[in-house]
Design a protein around this ligand. Structure first.
Ligand SMILES: CC(=O)N[C@H]1[C@@H](OP(=O)(O)OP(=O)(O)OC[C@H]2O[C@@H](n3ccc(=O)[nH]c3=O)[C@H](O)[C@@H]2O)O[C@H](CO)[C@@H](O)[C@@H]1O[C@H](C)C(=O)N[C@@H](C)C(=O)N[C@H](CCC(=O)O)C(=O)O
Ligand SMILES: Nc1ncnc2c1ncn2[C@@H]1O[C@H](COP(=O)(O)OP(=O)(O)OP(=O)(O)O)[C@@H](O)[C@H]1O
Ligand SMILES: N[C@H](CCC[C@H](N)C(=O)O)C(=O)O
Ligand SMILES: [Mg+2]
Length: 490
């Protein structure tokens, strides 16, 4: 519950019309369809519709006051602010009594690896007996509950409510994915992070951010707001992959001391003498005063980066290296990330969430390093998303694969054939086929495979749907691959 007076006191440059001292707010909402009595309704100027157009509907449904970015005439108080989403984030944090200040908050940002690193953190913290929650692409998970996600980083009202619920359930730490969209439109404004982790930056989302520099600047906002909302005796830290070319931008923005990690000698926390083989790696884990041999039972160089990121974040948390290093060999893979499909067929199939040029290249390079047979790739690109990555992803698939199937991956409101056409423009040879139906593409790829070959099914990972138009139809790469492999044996 909040009074209008309290709300206004949070917003130094707002203009209020129809102010009434006695107005009390009992719920907050950005959706006119969910308004209850005594609600504060935020008129969010969206990317598809404008929340201001629903102001009347919200008042009729019981909204007691509105937050807008322009003057509008209504029968209830109207608070006009320069940026509704940011005002909403500040008010949400206050409404739920600043839950982020009562949790150890670890935010992870970067193009690839956020879901993986947050899961590594969850696994390690559970082993250290710290009750940990996760907020990210796959779900929000805490205290035995799993709530499916709409967005990688939720809108501020949802986020603050989740964090409050986590605290009520005695969750101690939250490992949270922070997307560039969330940073640029203020979803995490008003949230206090203790540790911010940077994984990497490579091409994606150029539909939303005008240039790579804009994209990098959005990511850097996490580091710039570190520790905001001072909590005594809780020093914030930035954990940065120093091998990444954009790391300098994050370091420059950082309001907190840095812990750098990577494979190069510039990193404070390093993997040295790396040997990759048989789906795992061996290396020396080096940090000031430490040089311990470890085995990481996960494939690829990118998994080493993710493990170093999680280990460095735990160090920033206050754990000692002697407590952290023994956890590295215990790390397990994450659903939909380099996930093998089990079957009795001598053909290997892998489901992976690679949906950017960089992640696809990493995954294919990792397969190539280990594979005895040929690589066959099934790949599509999302509709209504960055179009510039389409030809690049197709070209990478072609470079590493003996054969590629171009197919659909969430065409959304675009025509799947048109997306595939754009992918095709990146292909230079003829070792590919177009099969729009994803299940049929997986069947064909598996049918074509010989013993020892690897079929990579990329782009959807854990997703259990195909988004066509605005509908989601059930589809699971893993289930489709299991069925195809069964038929291969028969
Ligand atoms: C581009 C973007 O960020 N879109 C997000 C945004 O939608 P929007 O601003 O377009 O909302 P809108 O539909 O125009 O509606 C505007 C306002 O009118 C309200 N409204 C609407 C209809 C009505 O009848 N009454 C009403 O009040 C809506 O509740 C809303 O407040 O706000 C919505 C509510 O929070 C989000 O779900 C939505 O994410 C969509 C699904 C999306 O695809 N987002 C992607 C681009 C995204 O954010 N991705 C990142 C991860 C990327 C990555 O790291 O790979 C993420 O964090 O998820
Ligand atoms: N550190 C990394 N560097 C490059 N590629 C990675 C890294 N970690 C994972 N990948 C690859 O990227 C894919 C996506 O990984 P993950 O889901 O952890 O990233 P994410 O940042 O959460 O993605 P999203 O933006 O969709 O939430 C994985 O399936 C894997 O192929
Ligand atoms: N978080 C990512 C998910 C992409 C997954 C892929 N399957 C697609 O639909 O493009 C995004 O919003 O770009
Ligand atoms: Mg993710």
């Amino acid at each position: 519950m909040m009074s209008l007076k309290e709300i206004v006191s949070l917003l130094p440059v707002c203009e209020v019309s129809g102010f009434e001292e006695k107005t009390i707010i009992e719920t907050i909402s950005m959706d006119s369809r969910l308004i209850e009595k005594k609600s504060l309704f935020f008129c969010v100027p969206g990317f598809t519709v404008d929340g201001h157009d629903f102001a009347q509907e919200a008042v009729e449904a019981g909204a007691a006051a509105l937050v807008t970015d322009r003057p509008i005439q209504m029968s209830v108080p109207v608070i006009q602010v320069p940026d509704v989403r940011r005002a909403m984030a500040l008010i949400s944090a206050r409404f739920y009594e600043y839950p982020s200040q009562e949790l150890k908050m670890i935010g992870v940002t970067g193009t690839n690896g956020k879901t993986s690193v947050t899961h590594f953190l969850e696994q390690m913290l559970e082993l250290l007996e710290v009750e940990t929650g996760i907020i990210g692409t796959m779900y929000t998970k805490y205290a035995g509950k799993e709530i499916s996600s709409n967005n990688t980083t939720p809108e501020s009202i949802v986020l603050q409510k989740i964090l409050r619920d986590m605290r009520d359930a005695e969750t101690e730490a939250a490992a949270m994915e922070v997307s560039s969209h969330a940073l640029s439109n203020g979803r995490i404004h008003g949230t206090r992070f203790d540790i911010a982790v940077y994984t990497n930056l490579s091409q994606d989302h150029l539909d939303y951010h005008a240039t790579m520099e804009d994209y990098a600047r959005a990511k850097s906002l996490l580091f710039a707001q570190l520790g905001s909302g001072f909590v005594k005796e809780r020093q914030p830290y930035s954990v940065i992959n120093v091998d990444d070319p954009y790391s300098e931008i994050m370091m420059e923005a950082s309001a907190a001391p840095l812990i750098t990690y990577g494979l190069s000698k510039h990193a404070a926390v390093r993997a040295e003498e790396v040997e990759l083989s048989g789906g795992r790696s061996n290396f020396y884990f080096c940090a000031p005063g430490i040089r311990d041999h470890v085995t990481l039972n996960l494939p690829g160089r990118f998994s080493i980066y993710n493990a170093l990121a999680a280990a460095s974040a735990l160090y920033a948390y206050g754990w000692r290296w002697q407590e952290i290093i023994p956890l590295i060999p215990l790390l397990k893979g994450v659903r939909g990330r380099f996930e093998p499909v089990f079957s009795s067929a001598p053909v290997h199939a892998l489901v992976d969430y690679a949906h950017t040029p960089d992640s696809l290249e990493n995954v294919l390079q990792t397969i190539k390093d280990a594979a005895e047979g040929k690589i066959i790739t099934v790949i599509g690109c999302g509709g209504d998303r960055d179009r510039k990555k389409r030809p690049l992803m197709a070209a990478i698939a072609e470079k590493y694969s003996s054969f590629t199937y171009l197919t659909s991956d969430n065409p959304r409101t675009e025509k799947p054939e048109a997306i595939i056409e754009e992918m095709k423009s990146g292909m230079s040879g003829i070792r590919y086929n177009v099969i729009v139906d994803r299940e049929e593409a997986i069947n064909e790829a598996v049918r074509k495979a010989k013993p020892g070959d690897v079929v990579l099914i990329a782009g959807k990972g854990h997703e259990t749907y195909q988004e066509i138009g605005r509908d989601r139809i059930y589809f699971d790469d893993k289930k489709a691959a299991e069925k195809a492999l069964k038929e291969w044996v028969e």
